[in-house]
Design a protein around this ligand. Structure first.
Ligand code: PLP
Length: 397
């Protein structure tokens, strides 16, 4: 079969091939410590599960409106209005089968062929893949090691802007670095957006996965709400990654365009899952908080071992469920030539499985340091300690 030319430009999420390698290693009888995928091994909360079962029994099994059931759209509009200090109505919300589909639907709705799109690199690999697939030109911007965590390379971002730049993809809290923009950084980014009249995809997949500090959104700054589409997801906050449920939240005309894409792509998002999400969203806030508390314990236990490894430098992030240590010194001491040697030897010799910077976009010119990404959402606290202690012995040995 001869495929369309654009298929050559479609990328993928290489973290899934790391999963396959880890599974093969486990199938061969080895213990594997899974730090590679941002999946959650905690169960979906019982009230959400019960609401789904009830909805199935009540016959919520047919098609529903393409933009989602009105009750969920209204509840989410209210929830985001409260957390962002904005006024969204249900017309500003289109329910989606996951947060991920918002990326492609946003690009198809606002990007013209040849438009330049600023996107984070390292970053979620789907941005780069879909910008190219839909005929745009992806222009990467990076991150720098700051005092308390990673910071957006604002000078690099501004330098990358040309007369063709139309769109900014922005993700905070950030996957993979766990960078969490300060109010000052957000002010500076908002100024750039206004000055260059950019449309923004604000990927807030980890907005509610927070251990301390107050969440602030770029969308809340003056003049930004009318330029931004929020990527919202139920995946992380409610441990619902496999349910595939998220939303696009933003200006009405853009949400209408996204809804027309819903009609064309999938008709509607799973009907009974939406009733389950509604129960989560309007139920006891202690339920998602307990998920955060489990993740916090994992973060603290992982950080304690990692930051004690010779030649490894690591921040303690306030949000997301990723650690992104700098392993340059440790690799040098152990004579490891590159990312794949580090990753494969760690898997074979310790069972610890993780992604590296190379899974999050092509390294930028001038990058000299080496980083790995550890997701602690899919592995319990005791195994985190056991696995990372083995990793420490491996790196220091
Ligand atoms: N955006 C970022 C930055 C992510 O890390 C993810 C998932 O890992 C998503 C979006 C999509 O999440 P989902 O489709 O499960 O809602």
């Amino acid at each position: 079969m001869k495929l369309a030319e654009r298929t050559d430009r479609l990328g993928t999420e290489t973290a899934f091939s790391v999963s396959a390698e880890a599974a093969a290693h486990a199938a061969a009888g080895h213990r594997v410590y899974p730090f590679h995928l941002g999946d959650i091994d905690l169960p979906t909360p019982e009230p959400v599960v019960q609401a789904a079962l009830r909805a199935i029994r009540d016959g919520k099994t047919g098609y529903c409106p393409p933009a989602g059931i009105p009750e969920l759209r209204a509840a989410l509009a209210e929830d985001i209005s409260r957390s962002h200090g904005l006024r969204y109505a249900m017309e500003n919300v289109a329910i989606q089968p996951g947060g991920k589909p918002v990326i492609g639907k946003f690009l198809r709705s606002v990007m013209n062929p040849g438009d330049e799109v600023l996107y984070p690199n390292p970053g979620f690999p789907i941005y780069e893949s879909l910008i190219g697939y839909y005929g745009g030109r992806g222009v990467p911007y990076g991150f720098l090691e700051g005092r308390d965590g990673f910071e957006t390379d604002l000078e690099g971002l501004e330098r990358a802007i040309t007369a063709k730049t139309r769109i900014l993809i922005f993700n905070s809290p950030h996957n993979p670095t766990a960078a969490d923009s300060t109010p000052e950084e957000l002010e500076r980014i908002a100024a750039i957006v206004r000055r260059h009249d950019l449309a923004v995809l604000c990927d807030e997949a980890y907005f509610d996965v927070r251990y301390s500090g107050t969440p602030v959104s770029l969308v809340s700054l003056p003049g930004l709400a009318e330029r931004c589409l929020i990527l919202y997801t139920f995946s992380k906050k409610f441990a619902m990654t496999g349910w595939r449920l998220g939303a696009a939240v933003g200006p009405r005309n853009l949400v209408e365009a996204v809804t027309r894409l819903n009609v064309n792509d999938e008709s509607c998002t799973n009907h009974f899952s939406q009733h389950a999400a509604l129960a989560g969203l309007t139920g006891d806030p202690g339920v998602p908080r307990r998920i955060i508390e489990s993740l916090r314990e994992r973060r603290d236990r992982a950080y304690a071992v990692l930051s004690d490894i010779r030649g490894v430098r690591c921040y303690l992030p306030e949000s997301s469920f990723y650690l992104y240590p700098n392993v340059t010194e440790a690799m040098k001491r152990k004579n490891l030539a590159g990312y794949e040697e580090l990753r494969l030897r760690a898997l074979q010799e310790t069972g610890v499985s993780f992604c590296t910077r190379a899974h999050f976009g092509r390294p930028l010119p001038g990058e000299r340091d080496y980083y790995i990404r550890l997701a602690y959402s899919g592995i319990g606290a005791d195994l985190i300690e056991e696995g990372l202690s083995r990793f420490k012995k491996f790196l220091e040995g």
